[in-house]
Design a protein around this ligand. Structure first.
Ligand code: MN
Length: 462
């Protein structure tokens, strides 16, 4: 996607920001699903792609900041590899796209690291999110009595976050492209979501669109008429007229950028009066939250703005009572809105989550809340131009949670449980778009995807 100069500049900035020592990057390996040769779809680590541009398993890279060297480690294929997997460029050729100066056999990495450790030099590495990386790091670095996660380099994490948080014009263009694939996915889903169909038939429709654009899903879609279950990749419910389907899905482009979009779709093409009432509360909260986005605004405050919008509307509808600000401060709205407003988006659908949300979405002096609901907010810090994030408020009627709060009297001063009972079977509603923070404010990425009641109903009937 980029020229070798871009990758060199990214690595040079990294060296400058971390300052000294060695930077170790592990590419991802193939992982067996039920036996070694039957693998999960291979996905390279996003940080590895960002700095080294190599989308194949079996490679690692090392930067020696003090000696100003960069080395790619890997092995050329054997003839047997070629028989099964076809020919790949030699390791030397794989260095070219990212302008990597030197390469060596995989076996040389352990020696290089052992020498650095003997000399008492600092080897920076990232917290592993795969079990095999934990093992590889332990073996390479001789981590005794500690996990690789515990001894990861926070300085390395921070230096990567300092680059990946700010999307360049080229990256934004690719994120726009990802949302435009989503637009087609949602057009297909809204056309196909008819009474009598199964959820998996909708997933099949959107998979076809994602694959037909040379990419794939950016995460396993949530597609459910039980949207009140927040993560629900079940797909086996048959949809009935009057049901409401939450579809939360995304496309990954051929250049590894993700979209993450949610729409709530009436099965049969028309929202009932109660569904329309709740849906429009979510739409109002989402539009207000998007409208508030500009440089310097804390995303925590945008989350709370959405929460106040919900509390205001739910109070007007009789489901909540008392003072709106007090209700939100207490967290009473989380009975209906138990998750965060959104998260960073980029090459990862929860961008850089492996580098620790505390470092990506929070900062010293702004720590994560322990309150139910607010504690799930992944992004709270001030947003800046170049940030791409999701805005995804939702309202949910979760019978188990309603029953527990009612039995315990939780926030009884703010919740009108008798009225909530009338919405017991109203299920889940969420609307999500992807937004770029700009110097002047914000821009919703991609071409618009239907989200007013009238536009969604029209798309479902087309
Ligand atoms: Mn999301």
């Amino acid at each position: 996607m980029f020229t070798p100069d871009t990758y060199r500049a990214r690595r040079n900035r990294l060296k400058k920001d971390v300052g000294s020592g060695l930077l170790l990057f592990l590419g991802n390996e193939e992982v067996g699903m039920n036996y070694t040769a039957n693998i999960y779809p291979f996905r390279q680590d996003s940080t590895f792609l960002y700095f080294w541009a190599i989308d194949q398993p079996g490679v690692a890279a090392l930067i020696d900041i003090d000696q100003d060297t960069e080395t790619l480690f890997g092995d050329d294929q054997t003839v047997t590899d070629v028989v099964w997997s076809g020919p790949l460029p030699a390791l030397a050729a794989r260095c070219a796209p990212a302008g990597i100066a030197a390469h060596a056999a995989s076996s040389a990495l352990a020696d290089r690291l052992a020498e650095a450790i003997r000399q008492g030099r600092k080897v920076h590495f990232l917290a592993p999110y795969r079990a095999e990386h934990n093992e590889i790091l332990s073996a390479l670095l001789g981590l005794h009595g500690t996990t690789a996660r515990a001894s990861r380099s926070e300085a390395f994490h921070k230096a990567i976050i300092a680059q990946r948080s700010y999307k360049t014009a080229e990256e934004v263009a690719d994120l726009d492209a990802a949302v435009n694939v989503s637009k087609k996915m949602y057009a297909a889903a809204m056309r196909a979501a008819r009474p009598g169909k199964y959820e998996y038939e909708i997933v099949a429709e959107i998979a076809r669109v994602a694959l037909a654009h040379g990419g794939r899903f950016s995460f396993p879609p949530i597609c459910s008429v039980h949207g009140e279950t927040l993560h629900n990749p079940y797909y086996r419910n048959q949809m009935q007229a009057g049901d409401l389907m939450i579809l939360d899905s995304g496309a990954e482009t051929a250049h590894y950028n993700a979209s993450d979009i949610t729409r709530t779709i009436p099965i049969g093409g028309t929202f009932t009066a109660q569904q329309k009432l709740v849906y429009e509360m979510v739409l109002r909260a989402q539009l207000a939250a998007i409208d508030a986005l500009k440089p310097g605004v804390r995303y925590l405050d945008v989350h709370l703005l959405a929460a106040r919008s919900f509390a205001t509307d739910l109070t007007a509808a009789g489901l909540m009572k008392g003072d709106v600000d007090e209700a939100v401060a207490a967290g009473a709205h989380a009975l209906f809105f138990p998750h965060g407003l959104g998260h960073m988006l980029g090459m990862d659908v929860h961008d850089m989550e492996n580098l620790e949300e505390r470092l990506v979405g929070y900062r010293p002096g702004l720590e994560r809340s322990t309150q139910f609901g607010l504690g799930y907010l992944r992004l709270a810090r001030e947003v800046e131009p170049g940030f791409v994030l999701t805005v995804e408020p939702g309202l949910y009627f979760i019978p188990a949670l309603i029953d527990q709060w009612k039995a315990d009297g939780t926030h009884a001063a703010f919740i009108n449980f008798a009225e909530v009972e009338k919405f017991r079977d109203a299920r889940g509603y969420r609307i999500e778009d992807d937004v770029l923070v700009t110097e002047g404010g914000h821009r919703v990425l991609g071409q618009p995807i239907p989200k007013t009641v009238a536009d969604v109903e029209a798309a479902c009937r087309s």
